[in-house]
Ligand binder design. Structure first.
Ligand SMILES: *Cc1c(COP(=O)(O)O)cnc(C)c1O
Length: 467
């Protein structure tokens, strides 16, 4: 089939996730046919550097023979069996053990799911169940953050703080409330009450959690949930003061900490988990994505001793689970993925070599006239596109600068994603220094071309006021 055939069938029959169906139908989708290493290939013969590791997940890159073999062997031995009704199978058991060995010491149990969204549904169930078992059924409220992403099931979107999703998904799960996000560039530097230092701003955001706890009453608050670094929200790296201050707040009150590691887990920040980087002690850790390098869908929740012991000792049957919880083939691939990450020293390489190297190269983009901030941590990074470098004023939303830049990136051979006018990257963890150089060079080319196009379309100055 030719590209046009695929595009026609796609338009006629396929509803894509997070997509304006009609607009895509007019434009036609890009057909990705194969991939190797850090490169994807499309049906037109273009090779594109995948700066997003698929959707933040293909951490070991494409075409890993070992993962294919693990899947093949398991498909032959046992393609499916469930973990309900007192049964299990070797891949699920071995993966559970491996995960608990790699996770911080107090996390010794895992509940498997098919995705990150299902992991967060599981979190909601476990948190409320835990407090009910503790004789505190009023502890129901979960404090989450604005602009957080925790998935797209009803529980996931309710825990998440994405306003456009909330507008379409309601009524949301009751008992979830949101506090401000530690997004210094967007809300500290550019927001109201401008220009507290990032450090002061980080503490303000932690104060907002405490204020919320006091407003709801500690006796009604079950948990606080957050991503170590917000991913889909725009690769938002909190100020250094944020997590220590949050820890201090949470320590004052009896509230569970849920750290959503779906993106930050498995090496993205240069440690096995974002919680290790930020020295957090989560009670629950939802995981997915990089767990299998995206080769097969699998997620889970790592459960700390405090919650696990209660669920085990006092809970009786927990009425929750999925047909594909701990699917043998997915678990076998995830296990092989973890083994490869260890034998190749991937996490250490991100921490000691690639992360610092990306930080230096990525920061070099900060001199570009369109860039208001260039930030990165480990192998996650963002560029803030601005109309005015000194004031940080944004382009008019109608200009769609971020999407323009994203499309130009793709055309130049680089996948970089846009979140509003924030450009983000999250490349495979097996990227080389040379490929990082290439990524940064392509990003700069795309920025130049974006600047040229924006200058052509330059609207009247009044339309350019920050959006
Ligand atoms: C992607 C993501 C999820 C949802 O995972 P799915 O597998 O898409 O359901 C949850 N939390 C975070 C932080 C994510 O990035």
């Amino acid at each position: 089939m030719l590209t046009a055939d695929y595009q026609r069938l796609d338009r006629d029959h396929h509803l894509h996730p997070f997509t304006d169906f009609k607009a895509l139908g007019k434009e036609g989708s890009r057909i990705i046919t194969h991939a190797e290493g850090v490169y994807i290939h499309d049906s037109e013969g273009n090779r594109i550097l995948d700066g997003m590791a698929g959707l933040w997940c293909v951490n070991l890159g494409y075409g890993r023979r070992e993962l294919v073999d693990a899947a093949t062997h398991q498909l032959q031995a046992l393609p499916y069996y469930n973990n309900f009704f007192k049964t299990t199978h070797p891949p699920a058991v071995k993966l559970a053990e491996a995960l608990c060995r790699l996770a911080p010491a107090h996390l010794n149990r895992v509940f498997f799911t098919g995705s990150g969204s299902e992991a967060n549904d599981t979190v909601l169930r476990m948190v409320r169940r835990y407090w009910a078992l503790k004789g505190k059924p009023d502890k129901q409220w979960i404090i989450a953050r604005e602009n957080a992403y925790h998935g797209s099931t009803v529980a996931g979107l309710s825990l998440g703080g994405m306003a456009p999703m909330h507008e379409q998904g309601g009524p949301l799960v009751p008992g979830i409330t949101h506090v401000r996000q530690p997004y210094w560039f967007g809300e500290g530097r550019l927001g109201e009450g401008r220009d507290p230092s990032p450090e002061a701003f980080g503490r303000l955001c932690a104060d907002a959690i405490e204020a919320k706890i006091l407003a709801l009453g500690e006796e009604n608050v079950a948990a606080f949930i957050a991503e170590p670094v917000q991913g889909a929200g725009g690769a938002i790296i909190p100020p250094e003061s944020y997590w220590p201050a949050v820890k201090e707040v949470l320590a004052k009150y009896d509230i569970l900490l849920v750290v959503d590691e779906v993106i930050c887990g498995f090496g993205r920040l240069g440690e096995w988990f974002g919680s290790v980087h930020y020295d957090l002690e989560p009670d629950l850790m939802p995981i997915a994505k990089g767990l299998s390098s995206g080769y097969l869908p699998i997620g889970g929740v790592l459960v700390g001793d405090r919650v696990a012991d209660t669920l085990i000792e006092e809970g009786g049957e927990f009425f929750h689970g999925f047909t594909y919880s701990g699917h043998p083939v997915c678990a076998a691939v995830a296990l092989a993925n973890l083994e490869l990450m260890q034998s190749e020293g991937i996490v250490e390489r991100v921490r000691d070599d690639l992360g610092p190297y990306l930080a230096e190269r990525w920061a070099s983009l900060a001199d570009h006239p369109l860039v208001g901030e260039a930030r990165s941590l480990g192998l996650i990074g963002a560029l803030e596109l601005v109309a005015d470098k000194t004031t940080g004023a944004r382009f008019a939303k109608s200009l769609g600068a971020g999407n323009l830049c994203r499309d130009l990136c793709f055309a130049q051979g680089l996948v970089m994603r846009s979140v509003g006018d924030t450009m983000i990257i999250s490349p495979p963890l097996v990227i080389t220094r040379e490929q990082i150089d290439d990524l940064v060079r392509l990003a700069r080319q795309a920025l130049d071309e974006t600047a040229r196009r924006l200058a052509e379309h330059r609207a009247t100055p009044s339309e350019e006021a920050s959006a």
